[in-house]
Design a protein around this ligand. Sequence first.
Ligand SMILES: [Zn+2]
Length: 306
Amino acid sequence: MTPAGRFAPSPSGELHVGNLRTAMLAWLFARSTGRDFLLRVEDLDRARAGAEAEQLRDLEAVGLTWDGAVVRQTDRGAVYAEAIGRLAAAGLTYECFCTRREIQEAPSAPHAPQGAYPGTCRNLDPAELEFKRSTRPAAIRLRAEVAEYTVRDVLHGDFTGVVDDFVLRRNDGVTAYNLAVVVDDAAQGVDQVVRGDDLLPSTPRQAYLAGLLNIPVPEYAHVPLVVNSDGARLAKRDGAVTLTDLARTGVSAADVRNLILQSLGLPAGTLENALAEFRPADLPREPWVWTGPSAARERTLAAPPA
Ligand SMILES: [Zn+2]
């Protein structure tokens, strides 16, 4: 299997400038290291009809190319079940019946990190287990044997984060993101994961889980997000942030591509052209502040034509 990087959007709506920038970075990281670049649609949750086609169209519009067929997580339930089965056979899972509220209200164990699962269902006796099974469907949790784990990130160096008994399969039967992402990356030969740095805190859980499944841990690069002028993560409510909306204000897909390249300290033009100048060590480490389409138009006009 050819080593690969990837972009893995959730098809919840059109991509915005921040998503496109992360996708372009993932492409630059992959292509600059001779890797394939794969697309995976993370549609286990929050999928909106038609969004996948819009997202692929927008990725093409900014010049991204990818290898092979697009993989969809909803086609892979059997693979996830097999992985959870392997963990269960090794005694590394248990059933959890807690509601969100019960978890919030449970007294946390001493020294337990904020937000970590308090372990309520970790050691239920057979009678308790039987009773709870009669009351509601169970989620499946990992029986973690560590409290934290350290990963190495190309941009962040060593990062140590919480590993708790996180959910592998929700009680509605949907496979949890942390399990699916680890299994899918391994199955697709993905050995380089480039994504937004809001996902860095969950990365130790995934790397720890990969070890339990005898899967090699990929190289990680968590890249800065795009934020609005208030410093909050860019979102659809921040006005014209998708290619469709920006086109209506006179900012083309090529303009967006060039603005993103400039924000990365790279020359405007094609992605192939930018590839020659791409150095991960030179990337800006701060979030990129998106100040709206009129500022984007001015910067586009100020830039030399590409
Ligand atoms: Zn529980």
